[in-house]
Design a protein around this ligand. Structure first.
Ligand code: ATP
Length: 234
């Protein structure tokens, strides 16, 4: 589904990613874990075309996409839930969802998709006329995910969905993400909350200073001495 080979991204010539290679198989739930500033957000932004890659290449569903404009990538089925949710605070829940149907293909099916999103997130249905800025953090996270699902994507990019949420709400958000993954989507999840991520994903890459330092199954990483010391506090 997604194949990234040896990409590099710089900000003002300062490297943020170097020689990063990762892949996600169809229907797979893959994580990228790492500390602050490791380059996790930059990786998702490179896949979405929000930052240019200056080396390597990115393939999606057999097509090379790293030269494509960012607005073309949702058309191929890539949906990005950004860090910090970035809902439109003054618009209602429903208006935010409508704006998620951004591509020509998703617009005709928009009303049907809204109902699919409401079935998945009944709390959003209850609050459909409420301004998004008045929702709780967990509800805003669900709205951001729901907005991405309006594209009926094949690959969902999730940037730190646990950020700023109480542990009980993180559990709720993650149980929804697992439900979504069971629908057959491929998911690439970026997280600092490593215990949470390793509890749900099947494979992960550890990003350190813009490079992949370790990768493997979630089970293998849970027992890796470096991961246990650096990220699991063991
Ligand atoms: P966090 O969890 O704190 O969001 P991260 O792992 O997602 O961290 P990035 O946000 O991708 O890391 O940042 C990687 C590096 O790139 C950091 O050194 C950061 O300071 C730098 N960086 C990120 N965005 C920019 C930008 N717009 N301009 C300049 N440097 C940036």
């Amino acid at each position: 589904m997604l194949q990234i080979d040896s990409i590099a991204v710089d900000y003002d010539r300062i490297p943020a990613l170097t020689n990063v290679s990762i892949h996600v198989n169809p229907g797979e739930f893959v994580g990228v874990i790492g500390a602050n500033r490791a380059g996790k957000t930059t990786l998702l932004r490179a896949i979405s075309g929000l930052v240019p890659v200056h080396a390597g290449h990115i393939m999606f569903a057999g097509e090379r996409i790293d030269g494509l404009a960012s607005h073309r990538r949702p058309e191929l089925g890539i949906a990005h839930v950004p860090e910090g949710r970035q809902v439109f605070p003054r618009l209602t829940v429903e208006e935010n969802l409508i704006l998620g149907a951004i591509t020509p293909a998703s617009k005709p099916a928009r009303n049907q998709r809204i109902e699919t999103v409401y079935a998945l997130f009944p709390k959003l249905a209850e609050r459909r006329k409420q301004a998004a800025g008045t929702l709780s953090g967990g509800e805003q996270q669900m709205l951001a995910i729901g907005r991405a699902l309006m594209l009926d994507p094949r690959l969902l990019l999730l940037d730190e969905p646990s950020m700023g949420l109480a542990p009980i709400i993180v559990d709720e958000v993650y149980s929804k993400i697992c439900e979504i993954q069971k629908l057959g989507l491929s998911i690439l999840l970026v997280e600092q909350n490593v215990p949470m991520a390793l509890g749900v994903i099947s494979r992960a890459y550890v990003l350190e200073h813009g490079e992949v330092s370790i990768s493997g199954s979630a089970e293998a990483l849970k027992t890796d001495p470096g991961v246990r010391t650096a990220f699991l506090g063991l």
